[in-house]
Design a protein around this ligand. Structure first.
Ligand code: BV8
Length: 235
């Protein structure tokens, strides 16, 4: 039997049980800040120190967090499926990688990378940026977080479109379905003939596009789903 090709789209909800705050839940990241102020190029141009402090605080918080059972279940799934699994994450934390996932696309960039606006090079970065450190390559003090802000084009869109169009099963984990183009992938998957499953604490803004919606915490739903899927796959 041809192996099932799976795309898993993850959002902030998969990291919530690791203690990383989500964006829209009460007390979420942006409730303290106006999105336009911290997650847009205009906001960065207007007040770079505020934006750098916002991301420095999140980078420190992620360093204290550990992957949870949902991240680990996706590693187990990758061990079973290999190249037939692609994790597309909206998250900028590195919890998928620290759990052991190797096939991860960070469509909104990564907290732990800095992008030099002078020479264009990107560097692994786990320190602060608020003190305007020099770029390791060109020495210019022009580093910003390598994350995709509103109005900026997400990374690897062609690769993601190809995977979503080709997959047999599209599973969304822990996302409110409020940001595009990520929120549009379920419709693309469904129109390409894939089965679609949503695993989320509550129905999202795009639940209506899914064949099946399961509500609950990711650390319970994802391991349960992978257990169901993997035995069948091995057959
Ligand atoms: C772009 C990185 C042009 C930075 C982020 C139509 C088409 C294309 C674009 C648009 C469009 N309409 C509007 C736009 C513009 C805009 C947009 O979508 N605006 C919204 C507000 C309407 N989009 C853009 O600007 C994008 N770029 O459009 O470029 C283009 C596009 C295509 C082709 C060519 C050109 C760029 C958007 C990227 C912005 N950057 N993050 C950073 O991290 O600071 S967005 C950020 O919020 C996240 O990355 C994520 O993507 C997004 C949504 O957050 P979620 O992950 O869903 O988290 P949230 O808190 O919202 O929800 C958490 C969920 O988890 C909840 O449902 C909750 O119930 C659940 N949950 C909680 N706990 C648990 C749980 N689930 C399970 N278990 C738990 N324990």
């Amino acid at each position: 039997m041809r192996p099932v090709r799976v795309v898993v789209l993850t959002g902030a909800g998969i990291s919530a049980e690791s203690g990383v705050r989500t964006f829209r839940d009460s007390g979420g990241l942006w409730e303290g800040h106006d999105v336009e102020a911290v997650a847009t190029p205009e906001g960065f141009a207007r007040d770079p120190e505020l934006v750098q402090r916002f991301y420095d605080a999140r980078r420190r918080a992620v360093a204290q967090a550990t992957p949870n059972a949902a991240h680990r279940a996706l590693v187990h799934l990758e061990e079973a499926l290999g190249e037939d699994l692609l994790v597309v994450t909206q998250n900028v934390d590195d919890l998928h990688e620290r759990a052991g996932s190797r096939r991860v696309v960070h469509m909104h960039g990564e907290l732990l990378r800095a992008w030099c606006q002078e020479c264009g090079r990107r560097h692994r970065w786990d320190g602060d940026l608020v003190d305007v450190p020099p770029c390791p390559a060109c020495g210019e003090r022009a580093l910003r977080p390598d994350v995709v802000w509103f109005g900026e084009v997400p990374y690897e869109l062609e690769r993601i479109d190809r995977a979503v169009t080709a997959c047999d099963l599209f599973v969304s984990v822990g996302t409110s379905g409020s940001v595009y183009p990520a929120a549009g992938y379920v419709a693309l998957a469904a129109s390409s003939g894939a089965r679609t499953l949503e695993l989320n604490l509550e129905p999202s803004e795009v639940s209506r596009f899914f064949d099946e919606v399961r509500t609950g915490p990711a650390a319970q739903l994802v391991p349960q789903w992978v257990e169901q899927l993997v035995p069948g796959l091995r057959a």
